[in-house]
Design a protein. Sequence first.
Length: 308
Amino acid sequence: MRKNLKILITFAIVILLGMIAFIWLKQTQPSVKNASPQKAAKLAKVKHINLVTLGDSLTEGIGDDKGEQGYSGCIAKRIETQYNIAVNMSNFGKSGDRSDQIQERLTAQPKFQHAVKQANVIVLTSGGNDLQQSLLKNVFAKTPTDLTTAVVSEQATYQTKLTRLFHEIRTYNRQAPIFIFGNYNPLFVHFPQREDLNQDVQRFNTINSHTAKQDKNSYYVDSFDLTFGQYRSKKMRQSLGQQAVKKATEDQNSNQDMTATLMGATHVNNTWISQTDNYHPNNIGYNYMTTQLYHVMRKEQEKWLIKH
């Protein structure tokens, strides 16, 4: 009886030690999730990926003074460099597109659909033109509160359109993670005293973030700091605001100024934004967007470093 008990105890100890060794090895060996970029690619046995970018002018790369297709071209190059893998990038950005128009293009274009089906990674910009449409439609609102009320009333519509766009993307690809950018306020340097405009942009950004969470395999990429450009400190922003208040007191055509700025017709002093149209990012701005995107993709690398 004692002999059998000793055998059982010995056997249990061996199993316990084996389990401990297995857990220790699993924890100490690098995983795709935690490994450095090049190591992660080797662990995943991935030598190339298909990257699809879709959306509006920010995806098309309008304003990029180096002709690299904005963040689309920059993120492809960065992944190639950091992960030592080939990247086949397909850019389906189109200037001026609202969320529903992006969906319409995807629904109508077989080439677009095929690219999404083959994608390891999908990156999306959306919401900027939806919000701009709302602002232009209500630019003559009597007060900032009235303008915000109008923007808030458009939120549900945008939420519905963006959800439909995500559903359309998932019709063709359920596996690839989607990285969706938030937007920025290009009007800040002209109207720094109008905090309501920043808040309106953030309202639409909240929809982008919420929709990504609802999808379960999508991730929000913040790009709101494009709003401030080189005006990094609180002191610099306060000084800019004081100048704007003085100008607004002297200028009786504030609605005209707002319309002109929304259409990109006003000179801008934000060094992160192109002086060609005074609205879209320049190469500095797109590099910032690329860095923001890369950080989120790096964190979620096990989701897209997958062989088809």
